[in-house]
Design a protein around this ligand. Structure first.
Ligand code: XIL
Length: 373
């Protein structure tokens, strides 16, 4: 796209101009320049970011990326389902386009994700791979993908969502080709391969469901900590843990228990990234004002605990504006007739700031300062 040849200043101006041209109804408040969340975060030593996806093609969003975040995580463009859906050849073009944009605009990129443990999130050719091929596949895949971006990405989710309930017939790890072939060692192997392919990128293990204080969340936490202890003991090159934090406010959240869980990760000498934060508002009332209030409270409650921890060095949201949230299609599929739309993020459909924005801003202002790694 031509935008990649423009300077940052030109792009900001162009995106703003297009935004105004196309969206005459966008009130000035949406584009006013108050202190950006990324700048408030930076003063505390926290890197603020969000995911990037088809949102990239919306000029209003382009403007947000340029002005409001310091890091982006491609939502889907670096997953195996996109890079190599049928096993025939790798296609890096859509991720490369994002990289052109971020490079020209001084925005860091977090790679998501190399080995997604749960078989069902992988393309069929990986799901159905003979087990005796899996070890060499991990090495080859990581060397190809990480190698393609060597020196260009700030960090990688090397393994995504490895742990599981670990009860009954379920092991403590997600079932899929990787665990089925290698047992827990698939995690070690992936990290070593990633370090081999890029000596500088920060290597991260990204996990879901750890912010819930029900039976499932507690099992997830326990199994994740066991997994992390094993990795640290074996000197596996892991530097940070990503906690996704797709908050589900209908599920209990105990700030003290979560606080102590974060402390346990810190004791292992690992950094913590809040990696995919948003709020699932499905259990909240239809009334928008009431719902927005509750969503803001959910952000505030969670971040008050999370940002207290000095090793929490990144805050990444799974989007900034509601129309691009993955909850849109998820909710539509579940409730095809519903007029209501999810409002999980900080900006509404008109890119207006919602109470959630203020809640995140307040949490960042209240956070103690830390030095960045
Ligand atoms: C989601 C994307 O947002 C969707 O667009 C896609 O259809 C499925 O994946 N945990 C993760 C992310 O690690 O990769 C998921 O992203 C959300 C949950």
């Amino acid at each position: 796209m031509t935008a990649t040849r423009l300077t940052r200043r030109e792009l900001v101006r162009a995106a703003g101009a297009v935004a105004f041209a196309q969206m005459p109804s966008v009130p000035a408040r949406a584009l006013e320049s108050t202190e950006e969340l990324a700048d408030i975060a930076a003063k505390k030593g926290i890197t603020f970011g969000c995911q990037i996806s088809s949102s990239f093609f919306d000029p209003r969003y382009l403007h947000l990326y340029q002005s409001s975040v310091k890091l982006v995580t491609p939502e889907n463009d670096l997953k195996a389902v996109r890079l190599n859906p049928d096993g025939a050849r790798y296609n890096f073009s859509s991720a490369d386009r994002i990289l052109d944009f971020t490079t020209n605009n001084g925005i860091a990129v977090h790679g998501h994700t190399l080995v997604w443990a749960n078989g069902k999130y992988n393309p069929p050719w990986i799901q159905q791979m003979p087990l005796d091929r899996v070890a060499s596949f991990i090495d080859e895949y990581i060397s190809t993908v990480v190698g393609h971006y060597r020196g260009k990405l700030a960090s990688w989710d090397v393994v995504n969502e490895p742990t599981s309930l670990g009860e009954g017939n379920y092991p403590a790890y997600q079932s899929g080709p990787f665990f089925n072939a290698l047992g827990p060692d698939f995690v070690n192997r992936a990290f070593h391969a990633a370090r081999e392919a890029d000596s500088k990128a920060i290597l991260v293990l990204n996990e879901a469901q750890t912010e819930r204080d029900d039976k499932m969340g507690l099992a997830w936490r326990r199994n994740l900590l066991t997994c992390l202890r094993g990795l640290v003991r074996a000197s596996v090159p892991i530097q940070a843990v990503g906690l996704q934090a797709h908050l589900q406010p209908q599920i209990p959240f105990d700030p003290r228990a979560f606080d102590s869980f974060l402390g346990s990760i810190e004791e292992l000498g690992l950094d913590i990234y809040i990696s995919e934060l948003d709020v699932n508002d499905e259990s909240f009332p239809d009334d928008v004002a009431e719902r927005d209030q509750k969503i803001a409270e959910a952000y505030g409650r969670f971040l008050a605990v999370a940002l207290k921890h000095r090793r929490v060095r990144r805050l990444v949201l799974w989007g900034m504006a509601d129309p691009y949230s993955f909850y849109g299609p998820v909710f539509k599929q579940k409730h095809p007739e519903a007029a209501r739309k999810p409002r999980p993020l900080l900006l509404d459909a008109e890119f207006q700031r919602k109470p959630a924005w203020s809640a995140v801003e307040r949490a960042l202002r209240d956070a103690p300062a830390r030095r960045n790694a």
